[in-house]
Ligand binder design. Structure first.
Ligand code: ZN
Length: 783
């Protein structure tokens, strides 16, 4: 990796006018030069150095594991079993990350390749270690001795014996491709092992069976995802079929030889169609006249509707079937429109059905997957797979997850019914007496949003120049959590756009940690936004190791003197990710295992989601915004108000849709032999207030979360959002910049990391058990 000096221009330099703003923050630059005090992260290794370091890390890890394995079982002590494990983890983590993170950000292809190879070697080593029965027996013998330990050390020992070893994780890429999640990988490396969930307490035969099942499960997951990624189905539609879609969107579509537009069955095409396509394809229902007939046999048959209503509907149905099966669909999907009652809203329905029936072959794969997962869990002593998956999470049991989802769903029913009635009334006005279906939800919700909020996101964007937003986020985090950020001058970095900041405690001046900001997109860089822990905090043998984080994003850089402007979703995303940075830096756990971002997945997103709330409050929005041509003018009150109402518009209905998938996921993973097609059909109207599943679709065949590491854990996103809402409403809503509350949050929620039980952490901060009420109420307040 080429060592580069960064541009001396202060990343956050603001114009003179910014001094007028409360957001103008002064970042004193302290010259520390290339040596970063307290950081063992190496940021400028060459390809050869990366591979050498990886081999040294592996050799050292093997040496420590051998030493632990050689301790006689009657001589096991904290000092010769647990301490060496902890020291190994704390010391090696920054070195492992030094080998692996260049894969994400290096400007040199050779370095990125070497980094990927280093990762492969370390991966293989971890896999071998995870099967070392000799080490497991020693740790187990120590745990059985019951030697007195601090609560954190005890928790650490339990983790060592039992904890999970995650299989590959996938995330959704920009192009809608599901793939291995490098973010999670980069964060989750540990030279330590989690024995019992790997089956090391089982007999050899059962252990072999477990390995076989694991391999089979991984293979099926890969196949499920590959089918989705390889799916190239599309529809060919006339321009008139796509009425309502913006000209830029239409221009962006490829065209077939017959001049028809190609709608690829992926979210970047499907979502705009479902939101915007007016598709009054056949009749202008307001006066009953035929305005457009897209079918090829056409006018005569369609016009029958005007004379004989029922007959016309039948005739149209035949036309549509012809179009769909023989002309429009050029893809592996064999497709027809089985219903003939759909006259208006046809394109939306056509697209929604085609989208919902991709990859039929995945149904049998999912069935098989679920069976194998149950088998896997039973071998490990669990009654079903959901119990196995949830056991190590904050929710603790599958029954708690059901209770949680059902409570939320029931509490939202009244609000969701009111939202649905509003949409149905609109459809009646627009299309007449046709039944409302799930394919209508996005279109009419969007229509209401446009009518009610007057929210032009193009205008909103003009208030969010990237530097101003960043300095605003910095200012809020510093004030709220009693921190001071200082840019490190002349720090060694991998690209001139990268900046390094030290973080100090405002009161004591203690150095708490560092974070690198690598904000702008460039060739060869990892294509997603994420935070990577480069060094974990720890307190070992009287020495504190400080945390170091890396924040990667894909923002557009200032061009020709014009500031890069952020979309509102990017602003929210920045706040969210910055929540992870602050969480990492403020961690005070003694064990590196409990630092970092490798915390309970039900808990780790909560602080970041708490911080998202600052993006919807007028006071804080004004601190992070300024009109790009005159940044002394912050965003207007009306826009702030619209953004807040927009956030909660149709929130109950949207959440019900998500709950539907979460329930499906939890049921198939907690019950044997479920008919997965029938289950979806059954659940849909139950959860979605009577709306049936779209005929002809099979949502289970294109449900990637069931194969990418979220199986039996889809509820987790709602879970963390619910408790983040509780924290915000209870503690911060009336004191957005209240440093006392911020410090309480820092000390009670952020500082313990994984060293304490998450429910205990939240209860300690809230002064009571966490509750769903604030989450339920907040949507109702804006309905
Ligand atoms: Zn997050």
């Amino acid at each position: 990796m080429a060592k580069q000096k960064k541009d001396r221009t202060n990343l956050l330099a603001l114009t003179g006018a910014a001094a007028l703003l409360a957001v103008a923050v002064s970042f004193a630059a302290s010259a520390i030069n290339s040596h970063i005090r307290g950081s063992n992260v190496r940021v400028s290794l060459s390809a050869a150095e990366i591979l050498r370091l990886a081999d040294r890390v592996i050799a050292k890890s093997k040496q420590v594991h051998d030493a632990i394995a050689s301790v006689p079982l009657d001589k096991v002590m904290y000092a010769n079993v647990i301490l060496p494990m902890e020291e190994l983890e704390a010391q090696q983590f920054p070195l492992v990350q030094s080998c692996i993170f260049p894969k994400l950000v290096s400007t040199s292809e050779d370095v990125r390749k070497a980094s990927a190879e280093a990762e492969r070697r370390i991966d293989a080593h971890v896999s071998i270690c995870s099967k070392r029965e000799d080490v497991y027996l020693v740790i187990k013998a120590f745990a059985a001795r019951g030697e007195w330990m601090s609560p954190e050390a005890k928790r650490y020992t339990q983790f060592l014996v039992q904890l999970f070893n995650e299989v590959s994780v996938f995330v959704l890429g920009d192009e809608g491709c599901w793939r291995v999640g490098e973010e999670e990988e980069a964060e989750s490396y540990s030279i330590l092992l989690d024995f019992e969930r790997n089956g090391l307490n089982l007999t050899l035969t059962k252990r072999e069976e477990l390995q076989r099942l694991r391999a089979e499960i991984e293979e099926l997951c890969m196949r499920y995802i590959r089918n989705l990624n390889d799916d190239s189905s599309y529809l060919l539609l006339n321009e008139m079929d796509l009425v309502g879609l913006p000209p830029e969107f239409l221009k962006s579509l490829n065209k077939a030889d017959n001049d028809k537009h190609k709608i690829v069955l992926r979210s970047h095409h499907v979502s705009p169609v479902l939101e915007l396509c007016k598709c009054r394809n056949f009749f202008d229902t307001s006066d009953g006249k035929l305005t457009y007939c897209p079918c090829r046999w056409e006018l005569g048959i369609c016009c029958l509707r005007i004379q004989v209503e029922n007959l016309a509907i039948l005739a149209l149905g035949l036309c549509l079937t012809y179009r769909a099966s023989s002309e429009n669909i050029e893809s592996p999907v064999i497709f027809s429109v089985p219903q003939f009652l759909v006259l208006v809203g046809l394109t939306r329905r056509l697209v929604a059905v085609a989208y919902g029936r991709r990859c039929q072959v995945n149904l049998s794969i999912l069935e098989k997957l679920v069976q194998l997962r149950h088998k896997f869990a039973r071998l490990l002593g669990y009654s079903n797979y959901a119990e196995y998956a949830v056991d190590v999470r904050m929710a603790k049991s599958s029954s708690k997850v059901f209770e949680f989802l059902e409570d939320i769903s029931a509490s939202l029913s009244d609000l969701a019914s009111r939202e649905l009635t509003l949409l149905k009334d609109l459809k009646k006005k627009e299309e007449g007496d046709f039944p409302f279906g799930v394919e209508d939800l996005q279109y009419y919700a969007k229509m209401v949003e446009e009518q009610q909020f007057d929210l032009d996101f193009g205008v909103v964007k003009e208030y969010f120049p990237v530097n101003l937003v960043l300095s605003g986020i910095f200012k809020i985090c510093q004030d709220l959590f009693g921190l001071r950020f200082e840019e490190v001058a002349d720090a060694e970095v991998w690209h001139c756009d990268v900046h390094l900041f030290s973080v100090f405690d405002l009161g004591s001046g203690e150095l708490l940690g560092y974070f690198y900001l690598d904000m702008y997109s460039r060739e060869g860089k990892y294509g997603h936004t994420c935070v990577v822990a480069l060094q974990n905090g720890s307190f070992c043998n009287g020495t504190r190791q400080i945390p170091v984080a890396l924040f990667i994003s894909q923002l557009r850089k200032e061009v020709g003197g014009h500031p890069g402007l952020l979309r509102f979703s990017e602003v929210v995303n920045l706040f969210h990710e910055f929540g992870h940075v602050v969480h990492h830096i403020c961690n005070r756990a003694s064990f590196a295992r409990f630092s970092g971002l490798r915390l309970d997945p039900d808990f780790v997103e909560i602080p970041a989601q708490v911080l998202e709330n600052w993006c919807y409050e007028s006071l804080s929005l004004k601190l992070i915004s300024g009109f790009h041509q005159d940044i002394t003018k912050p965003i207007k009150d009306e826009l702030c108000d619209s953004l807040k109402r927009w956030r909660f518009s149709f929130s109950a209905l949207k959440l019900k849709q998500e709950i539907l998938y979460c329930l499906f996921d939890q049921i198939i993973h907690s019950t044997e032999n479920v008919d997965i097609v029938g289950l979806f059909k059954h659940l849909h109207p139950k959860v979605m207030l009577g709306l049936p599943m779209l005929e002809g679709t099979n949502p289970a065949s294109c449900f990637p979360r069931s194969a990418i590491g979220y199986e039996a854990a889809c509820y987790s996103r709602i879970w963390s959002e619910v408790f983040a809402a509780d924290i915000f409403a209870t503690k911060f809503h009336d004191g957005l910049l209240n440093q006392y509350t911020g410090m309480q949050f820092r000390n009670k929620v952020l500082a313990p990391g994984g060293a304490k039980d998450p429910v205990e952490i939240l209860s300690d901060f809230l002064g009571r058990e966490p509750s769903i009420q604030a989450f339920v109420d907040r949507g109702a307040d804006f309905s």
